[in-house]
Design a protein around this ligand. Structure first.
Ligand SMILES: [Zn+2]
Length: 71
């Protein structure tokens, strides 16, 4: 079995990082574009209140229905 030197290990490591980072960057760009498209599509993005589980707008830190603070 041939022994692998340190420069070869560095090259293998860099190639592995490259092949790991390329799908990661592609996924991040894809999610980013989807989020931007969703923000443009929806005028008021909604989330659910943890206290009364009602759909509330993301703007504001208090629920308009039950008056509880949104974390
Ligand atoms: Zn609420």
């Amino acid at each position: 079995m041939r022994s692998i030197g340190f420069p070869e290990l560095v090259v293998v490591f860099m190639v592995a990082i490259l092949f790991l980072l390329l799908p990661l960057i592609a996924g991040v760009v894809l999610v980013w574009t989807l989020l931007n498209r969703r923000q443009q599509g929806l005028l008021i993005p909604a989330r659910s209140c943890p206290h009364c589980s009602q759909q509330i707008p993301t703007l504001g830190s208090f629920c308009p229905l039950c008056g509880q603070r949104i974390p």
